[in-house]
Design a protein around this ligand. Sequence first.
Ligand code: SAH
Length: 208
Amino acid sequence: MSTPAERMAIEQLKPHGVYDERILQVMASIPREEFLPPKQRRHAYEDRALAIECGQTISQPLVVALMTQAAAPKPDDVALEVGTGSGYQAAVLSRLCRKVITIELEPALAEHASATLQRMGFSNIEVVVADGSLGWEPGAPHDVILVACAAVEVPRPLLEQLADGGRLVIPVGLASREPQDLRVYTRRGDEVTFRSLFPVMFVPLRSG
Ligand code: SAH
C-alpha cells in the first residue's frame, strides 16, 4: 500500500520534470497535510497552493519540488529560506542538506511552523522572525537561498550573501495580477548570472 505522499511523488511530480530521485523520495516521505490548517487537510494532495493563516499560502507541491531541484541542495550545504509560511518547503530542504535557516515576517506563522516542525522531529531547521529581504548575515554566505515570495527586484543582500558556487531561487516580478518569472541566480566568484525557469504566482515579499 502506498501513502498519499508517495502517490503524489509518482503521479504528480515525476511526470512533470522532477527527475532528482532524492527530492521525489523526500517529498514521498513528508505528509503535507501536517502543515495545513484542519479545514484544508483534505486538499493536501491536490497539486495546488492552499490558504494557510495570515492570508498566506503553502506553495504548490510541484513548484516546491522544481524550486528545490533548481536550488540543487547538497548534503553539506546550509540553506536559507525566505518565507517560512507553513514550514513545508523548509522541511523538504532540511532532508537534503545539513541545515536550514528559514525566515518569516509574521510571528504567528513562524511560531506555528516551528511547533509543527518540532512535533514532526525536524531538528536541523532554525526558524527566525525577521525581514528576509535583508537575508541572514549570521549564517552567511549561504550555499542555497530559496525565496518563497515574489520580489520586484532581487534584494541586494541576498545576492551578497550567496556563497561562491551558490544558487539563489526567487520569483521576480510584480506580485499582484501578473505571473512572476522564477529565476535561479548562480555565483561564480564576483560574477552572478541567472536563468529563467517558468512563470509562477507567489504572494509578495513585504518589507518589515
Ligand atoms: N514556503 C512556504 C510558503 C510561503 S508563502 C511554505 O512552504 O508553506 C510566503 C511567506 O513569505 C508568507 O508566509 C509571508 O508571510 C512571508 N514573507 C513575506 N515577506 C517576507 C519577508 N520580507 N521576510 C520574511 N518572510 C516574508
